[in-house]
Design a protein around this ligand. Sequence first.
Ligand code: ATP
Ligand code: MG
Length: 427
Amino acid sequence: MAKTIQAIRGMNDYLPSDTPLWQWVENKVKHRLNSYGYSEIRMPIVESTPLFARAIGEVTDVVEKEMFTFNDRDEESLTLRPEGTAGCVRAGIEHGLLYNQEQRLWYIGPMFRYERPQKGRYRQFHQFGVEVFGIANPLIDAELIIMTAKLWQDLGIADHVQLQLNSIGSLEARKNYRAALVDYLQGHFDILDEDSKRRLTTNPLRILDSKDAKVQEVLNDAPKLHDYLDDDSRQHFETLCSILDQYGIKYEINQKLVRGLDYYNKTVFEWVTSALGAQGTVCGGGRYDGLVEQLGGHATPAVGFAMGLERLVLLIQEVVADLPINPNVDIYIVHQGDNTTLPALQVATQIRDQLPQTKVLLHCSGGNFKKQFKRADKSGAKFAIILGEDEVAQQQVVIKDLLSGAEQVTLPMSEIINYLTPFYQSH
Ligand code: ATP
Ligand code: MG
């Protein structure tokens, strides 16, 4: 036998046993986004490399070490998208969707990051992303967060995720804070781990979410970001918190939450769970009022979030007791003998047409009834519909309930739908 070829490390296949739950999640999310008036946008998976370098920031983890970048045949540098916001803004500018308009957009699709694969962290993973353009009012930040909270209810995980919230202020405020933080940390340089030492010159705010216990201890007495917030950001944050309070959304203000990408300002938030170990962030987002202009468009306020579908699916599998999916078919049609093929095809078509919510499987690989019934049992179908030569001659079928073991019944073909309807009406 020839040598087999395997999938790329960190890039998964999603098998027929996995996809029903994925579809269920995707449908719930799409339905919820639709109910809030969001529209889908689809962007390419590949973009030109400078888009990400400019949008995400040169000294972020993503751009420094996580991108899949390659030259195409014309020596142009391309990158498999590590996230969707940059491409969405690029598309919005390119097609004139953003100037002087409000847009509420969502997308779903694979993202690529060259990370060490582990549970909840892959090199190809999938995100649902949501981006709102043209609204500066904190009410939209609040509504986005409320929408995610609603989603967790839809997915049955509301009791297992917590909201972390912060404001990282304006660029100017962050610059001032950054200087104060660097100043303070330089006085404790020896205690810092290697990563934090390096970040002190490249991206010091990222030191705030260092996992190192000693670094965290030093940070306890460090200057606080909120003491450096500009008035506009402070006001924005107070209004956001007040709306969430009134609406009854619980959150924890975490001044160390800064998020990994450079483009954020003012509001940042994450939904985290303790049920997935180290990969606990299922959704993250925030405001990015400067990005559209930075990428060549007119200044446009913007806010959005992305959720990791693998982590959501893992969490649902972990905490939802009765998974709301049934991968089985409903009806399995067996037939044997001369002149049974066409009637079997017709019966299958008739049921699919008139009871469109049922899954009907027609046995297509021949063999005797014994073999066919084995397949029918294995399919998990409730009903087997049986057509032999005698039945066809008399325009009848036999229906057998495979799950209850009740007596099989013989019906005229014209009665099949009437017989099945009560079982599938509100299915
Ligand atoms: P983390 O801190 O876990 O690396 P991140 O801050 O890099 O996450 P974002 O860029 O905010 O992640 O992406 C939004 C969401 O996408 C994350 O909250 C997570 O659910 C998911 N995600 C990010 N990277 C991965 C990955 N490599 N594999 C699976 N899901 C991921
Ligand atoms: Mg990351």
